[in-house]
Write a protein that binds this ligand. Structure first.
Ligand code: ZN
Length: 185
């Protein structure tokens, strides 16, 4: 089980490295890691488990955040009036994206960042993604809203990019051209 002490924080080299492609069939270790990542995000959204284990709530977690250089992340997103998204994405990629951008009005957060970082993080409003599941089967999805934003945040982790790299240093709340703001409930 992944706990907060297993999650590396900013400054750790693992967060700045390009993670390695994952071979199939999955090794036992990669299979376990994938499930652990998803279980963390699911557990972190359960008040009782969260309190018991001192977890910080999150909607996504990527392998480099637990010091594993693998192209794997998990997302667990439940929003009102939207189909829940709960996926393990292995060797994920964005195959196409909208011209339109979006950003979270409250900014982004990260389980590897123990401080508030203010500013707008521009993201594509809609993306079409491909990734492999635990069985090595490729799947394709169209994502928008919070799911699209979270997918891009986690994919960045596989490329050594932090969310605040995208924030304009001189003017963090500068209007993002061509963007529809996204307000999280
Ligand atoms: Zn993050």
């Amino acid at each position: 089980m992944i706990l907060m002490e297993h999650i590396v924080r900013e400054g750790h080299a693992a967060l700045r490295k390009r993670a390695e492609e994952v071979p199939f069939p999955l090794s036992k270790a990669d299979h376990q890691l994938s499930e652990d990542l998803l279980n963390y995000v699911i557990n972190s959204q359960n008040d009782d488990i969260c309190e018991q284990y001192g977890l910080r709530p999150g909607i996504g977690l990527a392998a480099p955040q637990v010091d594993a250089s693998k192209r794997i992340f998990a997302l667990h997103i439940t929003e009102e009036d939207r189909e829940p998204l709960s996926i393990i994405a292995i060797n994920p990629k964005i195959v196409s994206h909208s011209v339109e951008k979006t950003y979270l009005t409250a900014g982004e957060g990260c389980l590897s960042v123990d401080r508030e970082v203010e500013g707008y993080v521009p993201r594509y409003a809609r993306i079409t993604i491909k990734a492999f599941d635990l069985e090595g089967k490729e799947f394709k999805k169209r994502l928008k809203g919070l799911a699209a934003i979270a997918f891009q945040h986690e994919l960045d982790h596989l490329n050594g990019v932090m969310f605040y790299d995208h924030i304009d240093k001189d003017s963090p709340f500068k209007e993002i051209p061509n963007a529809i703001p996204f307000e999280r409930e």
